[in-house]
Design a protein around this ligand. Sequence first.
Ligand code: NAD
Ligand code: GLY
Length: 367
Amino acid sequence: MTTVNVYIPPTPASSYEIIIDDGLINHPQKWLPKNLSFHHLVIITDHTVKKYYLNPLVEALNKLGHYPLTLSFPAGEKHKHQATKQILEEKILRKHFGRDTLCIALGGGVVGDLAGFIAATYMRGIPYIQIPTTLLAMVDSSVGGKTAIDTPQGKNLIGAFWQPKVVVADIDCLKTLPEEHLISGIVEALKMFLTNDIDSFHYLQKNMSAIFQQNKRILKTLVQRAVTIKAQVVAADETEKNLRMILNFGHTIGHALEKLTQYKLPHGYAVAYGILLECSISRELGYLGEQHYAQIENALNQLGFHVDYLKKLNITNIIRATKSDKKASEGNARYILLKQPGEVHHENGMVAHAVDEQVVRAAFRRL
Ligand code: NAD
Ligand code: GLY
């Protein structure tokens, strides 16, 4: 008998830069990696982002001698699915673009996830660049290489880990972002800070109104603080075996709320309410002190999220909806629990924990 071993080396997150500044879209020479050779360039965006940012980007690339194929699809989560992926891929294939193609994802998390997944699978993988245009995408989704599409069975169920070559966060894009989406991004940054960095939590609280006033210096610092955390977490656990799950803080309940509202509640809002209830669970278990709970509740109140919204919901339905969460193990929902702002609860080295249903009910009553 002959056996042949195939050795697949470990695949750590490949290193790349996250560049944060204003005016970056107009200056691709500042971020196009010099060591990346490509013959074809495709930009994928959505119809809304296209209106604002596609032309300036294309014009700036033209000046450097690059003439990209530009593709767009209707904006919104409901288009992050297989049919859109197929339509876009066929358009690239019809141009006979090969492996020497560079893809640019220009948009929010929907564009980033979808275009990233196209890059991960086109010709078995081509390089791509993330240009996030929402705050959520700048602080979270553009970094870390999670790419995916949704299916009727749930969100992000088909995808790949595929790291971008560079992430380009042009703060100027946030000027056109509707407030609802700015809030969603702030909530994802808050999530990052509550699990990792108490100083940044205080920084966010102190600068909330400056963020809403689009203070560029504060926005840049906010993004820089958030992606520094995200980069550390991803470097330690690229494929989410354990530590990376902390980035799902607030999401066990958050995803359940999205499902129960048929995705009418925006993702960031659902996560905000998720953080409230999950902090109440941490308090109920004795991990999070009353004072710390009040501090976090206060930060969410500043953003317009109050427990009254949760109190009107049916906890039995929420618990049922948590059981299909991706972190669930053997049908039991798992939670990221806090010890204090900036620190999660660890047990046996693990960050995600099953919580008894009665505890969730008690935490809900205590809201
Ligand atoms: P999105 O991409 O749908 O953007 C929200 C809306 O804002 C869209 O209508 C978009 O057209 C519009 N928009 C984008 N940039 C704009 C700008 N600068 N000015 C005006 N309008 C603009 O949604 P999102 O909130 O950015 O991202 C949510 C998605 O991200 C979800 O699909 C979620 O699953 C995914 N996500 C992925 C990760 C990851 O690690 N890959 C992490 C978090 C979230
Ligand atoms: N946004 C969760 C993650 O990137 O793991």
